[in-house]
Design a protein around this ligand. Sequence first.
Ligand code: ZN
Length: 304
Amino acid sequence: MPPWTRHLEGVRVAIDPGHGGDADRPGYKRGPTGVREAEANLRVALALAEMLEAAGAIPVLTRREDRDVPLAERARIAEREACDLFLSIHHNAISDPSRNFGTVWVHADPDHSPASLDLAWSIHREVNRILDLPQSVPCPILSDRLMVERGFAVLREASMPAVLSEASFHTNPEEERRLSDPEYNRREAYGHFLGLARHAEGGFPRAALLASRVGRADPILRIALDDGLQARKGWGSERPRILAGSISVRIDGLPVRHLYDGASGRVAVDASGLGAGVHSLDLRFENVFKHSNHPTRFEFEVAP
Ligand SMILES: [Zn+2]
């Protein structure tokens, strides 16, 4: 296990093996000789859970047996278990049996959840490196709206950074054969494991509103930024690890000016021009790994 996988320690990861409980449906999500996607998904997920546990992470599986779990319920399990990340494991299907490449899916548009894009890139890079498939697509990080108008329910309903991995195509005969081999499933699990570890290495930047209510006497909104790396200390920790130029603030959807104090890691925004009532704040920034904060949206109230 590479030393940087230690950053997974204490990270709660929801692993969602796609489908399940559909063995009686002939031809449903099966490869050319009948290998079921649901079974390969589960084998990869169980192997991944073992690796995460060995690294000190806390895996939370949405299913451990061959049964179906409603999509929204899968996201609720992750929520209930306070997971930091959500990873749904699938294998792709297409009518052309020659196709075989990996993709990672995120919800909606890139702005929906920048941290999900960070996770998608880490997962894709490591899974692809480990599986080393001969094909690739121009952009392997894709929006779930390409497939479903409202996006994939598991990604839409997840409140933490969430991706859906389609590591390869079970409709490719050669790949289908490999997918029925537990050793190959472990290899793929290891790719996902390294992807999660790479993501954890980049930290989990967060923003926090110091008060969610401002008044006329002090109309300054204050937000504390955490680069997600502070707790590690180590050499260089006294130097800035937030890209000041990456900080952007919007109130009710419109860009506003802000002041950033690098020493305290705090952002101040003047809310005196706002009417009384509830407003939305969208705040984003990146740390030295170019990792974005999550969540990015907050609500605050201006007192009358
Ligand atoms: Zn699937």
